[in-house]
Ligand binder design. Structure first.
Ligand code: 5AD
Ligand code: SF4
Length: 512
């Protein structure tokens, strides 16, 4: 199952074909790597099963949605295939957050058109569906631009997939981007026990969708719509089912997860209250949530970081810019000082807390002085990792219409400087882990025979020699060195010094 991968690099776009994903932050394009699924890519006419290939772009919400689509179509007899060749149904689950993300979809559709034509020459029909935020934003324009597409469906309509696919198989072209009255989650199939096991010991649970914040650069409020929270009992039931099938770590996800306000016993529950409840699920070892808005980090949520041992001391808290002037025109509704105050309170609640963020460089009107403030905040917070992006004007958002757009060359140069600063912080954070002993949740076999790979509380991949029987267990591991993509460590005795006293110690000055 996917996880944020900012601590070490990852690759673009993933294919939803099995366990072991390295996901990105909620909307990041650096995406996910998954192990090949169980089905091979050759057509299986004899058995009568149909093959489904889903390629997921962008955020963790899409990873989760792709899995729900896979589970729902499994009931219709579709089995997952790890490649589009030979598939009867191909779904691209798309991301519209930046122009580059959307353009990738069209180039992929060009490749799929040739594949569909080749299949047609063999007398085989391939249905191509575009789901996700590009589908929501562009609707029938997709079919105009890419005639090979049979079905376009928005993120709120996935529960209708079996019916829509059946109609597309009969030759209809369909666009379904309405926001329906019914709740898609009531109709999407849960993962089977086997599917959950195959996806590994960590899982996402969507608790909230949409956003009411309207940052001036962001398409999410338009593509995913207004904030909607799932009721507490459904989330708890889903977490219980996952844990029962072997999941040990659950990440509650939402575009604006800490704005969660779902119905629960006695009224409306906050994310904090939900975390306390989910933490009670027997057998659940670890809990995380993503992605949060600084303005919604309330007292109870901060207290949860002090009190809930299952809640991991790592938080993705995007700041976007270090400049108050830019934060104001971004409509972020917080200042640099507000943000730093939240970080400080979290550190007081949980001294070993580590942070990551998203940054945008070259927002309209950004001066060198504004950018210097962004560089400075990276050092001030001492991030364990961060995503950074060049501002990409999105049609329909207020910032796209501004006259003071920043030159591409300036954006490129600022992005390089910011990434270097982030990399220095990340390297220092990782170096500060050497010699310390962390709890590691072992997830799967590592690179070498006899090795397992797991995650530290801070989400770093950790490789250690350990028996396969420890997959799904949390064990103390002493970190011996850092590598390019992971930390290396040795199983420690349970009585060894534990990493509860404070955050890893930085070895270098991190100021810009
Ligand atoms: N241009 C560049 N980056 C963007 N993000 C959101 N919208 C844009 C845009 N128009 C970034 C923000 C957000 C992350 C998921 O993507 O940093 O937190
Ligand atoms: Fe987009 Fe801002 Fe909402 Fe995040 S908080 S999803 S950046 S509008």
């Amino acid at each position: 199952m996917g996880r944020p991968a900012f601590l070490f690099g990852a690759k673009p776009a993933m294919t939803l074909a099995g366990p072991g994903a390295l996901a990105s932050n909620l909307f990041g394009e650096r995406a996910q790597r998954l192990k090949p699924g169980s089905a091979n890519s050759k057509p299986d006419r004899m058995s009568g099963t149909r093959k489904l290939h889903i390629k997921s772009y962008g955020c963790q919400m899409n990873v989760y949605d792709s899995q729900r689509m896979t589970d729902t179509l499994a009931r219709e007899g579709f089995v997952e295939a790890d490649a589009p060749e030979g598939a009867d149904l191909i779904v691209l689950n798309t991301c519209h957050i930046r122009e580059k993300a959307a353009e990738k979809v069209y180039s992929e559709l060009g490749r799929l058109r040739r594949l569909k034509e080749a299949a047609a020459r063999e007398g085989r029909k391939v249905v191509i569906a575009v789901a996700g935020c590009v589908a929501q934003a562009e609707g029938e324009e997709i079919i105009r631009r890419a005639a090979a597409v049979d079905l376009v469906l928005g993120p709120q309509n996935y529960h209708r997939l079996p019916d829509l696919v059946a109609r597309a198989e009969r030759g209809s072209k369909i666009v379904d981007t309405e926001f329906p009255v019914e709740d898609k989650f009531d109709h999407l199939a849960p993962a089977s026990r086997d599917a959950t096991r195959a996806r590994g010991v960590t899982a996402f649970v969507t608790v909230q969708e949409g956003c009411d914040k309207f940052c001036t650069f962001c398409v999410v409020p338009y593509t995913r719509g207004a904030e909607v929270s799932r009721p507490v009992h459904k989330i708890v039931a889903e977490a219980e089912r996952l844990v029962d099938a072997g999941v040990r770590e659950v990440t509650l996800i939402g575009q604006n997860v800490n704005a969660y306000h779902g119905e629960g016993p006695g009224g409306t529950w906050s994310l904090a209250r939900l975390l306390y409840r989910v933490a009670e699920v027997p057998g659940l070892l670890r809990l995380r949530y993503a992605t949060s808005h600084p303005g919604d980090m309330d007292d109870d949520l901060i207290a949860a970081h002090r009190e809930l041992t299952a809640l991991m001391p790592q938080l993705h808290l995007p700041v976007q810019s270090g400049s108050d002037r830019i934060l104001a025109v971004m409509n972020r509704r917080h200042t640099r000082a507000d943000y730093l105050a939240v970080i400080e309170r979290l550190k007081q609640a949980r001294p070993d807390m580590a942070f990551s963020s998203d940054f945008i460089v070259g927002f309209p009107g950004e001066t060198e002085q504004d950018f210097a403030a962004t560089l400075a905040i990276v050092g001030e917070v001492g991030y364990a990792g961060a995503f950074s992006f060049k501002y990409s004007p999105r049609p329909g958002t207020p910032a796209a219409d501004r006259q003071d757009q920043v030159d591409e060359a300036v954006k490129v140069e600022r992005l390089a400087r910011l990434q270097a600063q982030i990399d220095r912080n990340q390297a220092a954070f990782n170096a500060g882990c050497v010699g310390r002993t962390f709890d590691v949740l072992f997830e799967k076999p590592g690179r070498l025979p006899g090795q397992l790979v797991g995650r530290s509380p801070y989400l770093q991949p950790v490789q250690a020699m350990a028996p396969a029987s420890l997959i799904g267990d949390v064990r103390p591991v002493t970190i011996t060195r850092t590598g390019a993509n992971s930390l290396f460590g040795e199983l420690a005795q349970p009585s060894a010094e534990r990493a509860v006293a404070g955050p890893p110690v930085f070895e270098t000055s991190l100021e810009a």
